[in-house]
Design a protein around this ligand. Structure first.
Ligand code: ZN
Length: 824
């Protein structure tokens, strides 16, 4: 990897000649489309070209979880490449509204975000070669940035699998094994996250690295290349409704102009395509919407193909769809897009500048206060988007209050975080923070609510006037010291940082207690969930004090030194209400039937958020696994009908009865519905009430069906925070509801999170679906024998971005299984 340039580093040498540039086939030793190219070979090709051509610079901008390089190439005329840093700076001046000289068009082409949509990376190589050999004229006023593969881990998962199973020559029969990818498929990244849902939340390393590069360039046009099912024709812009209201008429119009240019080439070749029907521009975390909200013309291009297609497959139209065709189509739209950009660089540039002139939004500032850890977590996200913020400590505050869902006045709390739309990224601020996204249409591809104040559980006021902030925040210094004469240390329980601290203590074999009720020690109050770390529990541990203090400092946790176990009020430390936490050995189901996304979210949660070991167990050999080894068994969302035969169901029941803790999420709950002892039943009251058949015209069926749908909306949820599952939470939680599934209250269990009268605070929920949520369960605990079952009807770990849900999961793992597993 020696030939990469860093972003700030200009070229130190160039081989002047652009002769002897190898075409992809020449370099790879096979025609493009006749094989899938491994990621390392793609990198080698880009490296070779960048060494031999003065028109190409290569940058490594990051590394994947599996240590593959993330790269992009900057492609333009020799002259532009020599001035590339100046061109970039000039262009960025448009974002910050400082005066700028003429601008080049900047087109960013992103390939293969979904690893098994593998034709696009092949097209990237052809596009690179063609630009510098045949389209040099366009490059005089255009910079093209090519990221040949956003998701190298996913791509190689697909390509390596395909190469193992493919027939020689390839087999076009859809029944052939080479058209049936095994679980989890190549689409997601290492942690099985969909990178095309992660742009705004930036939870994954690929996204975090890419955003740095993206923000350093802020292109005029961004194309995200995809593939869809084998029988669909090609899709390109214009996109479908709903469009987010901040999208400008110019952005919409320019999409159409690019679409028409693409169409010209498709018509010439007799290739079919469709536009404007399916892919909407609302959810901000896609590779088309995110760039759009950052001022670009953001587009998705979809080719028929996908993990099913292989090198060739028979389609319904009795045609053979080949990799050669697929890459040719993506190559054509890529080149066509660069052509349009080059022809309209001045217009692109002028309108791009205009986009950043005004934010023009109803709310001008957002004031957020609350838990310091979650506030800081939010600022980390804002930093990734280069959104600026400041703090304010006092004064009068009024506006729309998220918790009350209405207007309210009060005073600024100390360390209130203020984020205003009056900044270059002001439109993105509006998209991410406003309480309700305006929906022009409710048939959409994804969730309709994501407002960050709800996701981070912060007390938020949206103000229609700009709040003058700019004060210093003071979150207090953490510097714990050893207290050898005391009985131990106390620590509060409010955030994921507290949970990660506990996880670290347990892994150092430190015995920890937690309080189930409020107590005061030395007149300081500790709420339920607070950790009590006692010397008497850890007599055999050398350097106990030093260890605890050092782990606390590392995790930035404030310890209270306890001089005595005699509480000022509430239970003393020897009380049964302050009991020992058992380190939990956790099994997590994966494999056929399990939602790969939900498995990935939980896997990521344990390894990256909590940093606590988890043992993935495949459904393939679940029947032979000895559950006695584990304290917790997690069943991610999924379809378990075939797994839960009589003997496996008995195995799970017996695990719980003996003291095990079973955590069941979302769709997995359906597998236990109506099963004896599991206590869970569907809530279908509202459906029973509406038995009358309505006559609906066929053409309106899609519209009508959305009445039963919830596509990701935020619903007020009542929390019983006296139950360990909800320690650290207030009595209200805003849950992101992703489906219309509704379960009744547990009759003999604990209903910890519930919806009584449904109140949708943000997003779309169909009228029938809302009715059906009345008196429904969100989070609950069903005791069974010595153990318990935790039902999480809503997924608190969704895409790892619902920060405020994460502590529920730690509570479920550590606090609800007090008895521990008994070996009998
Ligand atoms: Zn895709």
């Amino acid at each position: 990897m020696k030939h990469f340039y860093t972003l700030s580093f200009l070229f130190s040498f160039f081989i002047a000649a652009s002769q002897n540039l190898p075409a992809p086939a020449e370099f790879l030793g096979y025609e493009l489309g006749s094989q899938f190219t491994r990621h390392s070979q793609v990198v080698d090709y880009f490296e070779e070209i960048s060494e031999k051509s003065a028109m190409v610079q290569l940058h490594q901008y990051g590394q994947t979880n599996e240590r593959r390089p993330l790269i992009y190439a900057t492609i333009s005329s020799e002259e532009n490449i020599q001035n590339i840093e100046k061109i970039r700076q000039n262009h960025l001046n448009n974002v910050s509204n400082t005066d700028s000289s003429t601008d080049k068009a900047i087109v960013w082409l992103s390939y293969n975000v979904h690893g098994n949509e593998a034709s696009s990376t092949e097209a990237a190589m052809k596009t690179l070669y063609t630009l510098i050999t045949q389209k040099q004229d366009w490059l005089k006023n255009t910079i093209v940035i090519i990221d040949p593969c956003i998701n190298p881990d996913g791509r190689d998962r697909y390509v390596n699998w395909y190469n193992q199973v493919k027939a020689a020559p390839y087999n076009v029969d859809p029944a052939a094994a080479e058209h049936h990818e095994p679980w989890p498929g190549g689409r997601p990244n290492h942690y099985l996250f969909d990178l095309n849902r992660d742009w705004a939340w930036a939870t994954q390393v690929e996204t975090q690295a890419r955003l740095k590069a993206y923000n350093a360039w802020m292109p005029h046009i961004h194309v995200d290349f995809h593939e869809q099912y084998i029988n669909d024709p090609y899709y390109f812009a214009p996109a479908a409704e709903p469009f987010h209201e901040i999208i400008t008429p110019f952005q919409r119009d320019f999409q159409t102009r690019i679409g028409k240019n693409n169409a010209k080439y498709f018509d010439q070749n007799g290739w079919l395509y469709f536009t404007g029907e399916r892919f909407d521009l609302l959810y901000p975390s896609y590779g088309d919407t995110y760039p759009t909200y950052m001022g670009a013309i953001g587009m998705t291009y979809e080719q028929a193909g996908h993990g099913m297609a292989g090198l060739g497959i028979q389609t319904n139209e009795a045609a053979i769809l080949t990799l050669k065709d697929r890459l040719e189509h993506h190559f054509t739209t890529g080149i066509s897009t660069v052509e349009v950009a080059s022809q309209n660089s001045d217009e692109l540039s002028a309108n791009f500048r205009k986009y950043f002139e005004t934010a023009d939004s109803r709310y001008k500032s957002y004031a957020l206060s609350g838990n310091a850890d979650r506030l800081q977590k939010l600022t980390e996200l804002l930093d990734r988007h280069e959104i600026t913020y400041s703090y304010k400590n006092s004064g009068k505050l009024s506006g729309y209050n998220y918790l009350q869902a209405g207007n309210q006045s009060g005073n600024f709390e100390k360390n209130t975080l203020v984020v205003s739309t009056n900044q270059p990224k002001g439109k993105m601020v509006k998209v991410l923070f406003e309480p309700q996204t305006k929906l022009t249409d409710s048939v959409t591809y994804d969730i309709t609510a994501w407002s960050l104040p709800y996701a981070y559980g912060l007390n938020t006021t949206a103000s229609t006037s700009t709040i003058q902030a700019g004060e210093n925040a003071n979150f207090g210094k953490i510097s714990n010291t050893v207290n050898p004469s005391g009985v131990g240390y106390l620590s509060k329980w409010n955030s994921m940082n507290d949970a990660a601290f506990l996880a670290a203590l347990l892994q150092q074999e430190i015995k920890v207690r937690f309080s189930e009720t409020t107590f005061s020690s030395q007149n300081e109050q500790f709420e339920p969930g607070s950790l009590v770390i006692l010397k008497s529990d850890n007599m055999n541990l050398p350097n106990f004090d030093e260890k605890v203090v050092s782990i606390a400092n590392e995790h930035k946790r404030k310890l209270t030194n306890a001089a005595t176990g005699f509480s000022t009020s509430g239970p003393d430390f020897g009380s049964s209400s302050i009991s020992i936490l058992n380190p939990q050995k956790v099994a997590l189901l994966k494999g056929d039937g399990v939602s790969s996304l939900n498995f990935g979210e939980i896997w990521y949660y344990f390894e990256q958020d909590l940093q606590y070991p988890v043992t993935p167990v495949d459904t393939d050999y679940f029947s032979s696994v000895d559950l006695d080894e584990f304290d917790v068994l997690i069943m991610p969302s999924g379809r378990y009908r075939s797994l839960l035969n009589e003997s496996n169901l008995e195995k799970i029941s017996s695990f719980v009865k003996k003291g095990g803790n079973l955590i069941v999420l979302e769709d997995a709950i359906a597998a236990f519905e109506g099963k004896e002892g599991f206590g869970i039943t569907k809530n279908e009251q509202a459906k029973k009430d509406s038995t009358k058949v309505e006559l609906i015209p066929y053409a309106q069926r899609e519209r009508e069906s959305i009445k039963d749908m919830i596509t990701g909306s935020i619903i007020r949820t009542k929390i019983d925070n006296t139950h360990p599952l909800a320690f650290g939470y207030p009595d209200t939680y805003f849950s992101l509801k992703l489906t219309s599934d509704s379960y009744s209250f547990l009759k003999n269990g604990n209903n910890v999170g519930v919806i009584q009268q449904p109140e949708v605070v943000s997003g779309f929920a169909g009228s029938n679906a809302i009715k059906n949520l009345k008196n429904s369960l969100v989070f609950g605990e069903q005791p069974m024998g010595r153990g318990s079952i935790i039902y999480l009807v809503d997924n608190p770990l969704f895409r790892a971005f619902w920060e405020n849900g994460k502590l529920f999961f730690a509570n479920a793992v550590f606090f609800t299984n007090k008895t521990g597993y008994s070996y009998n």
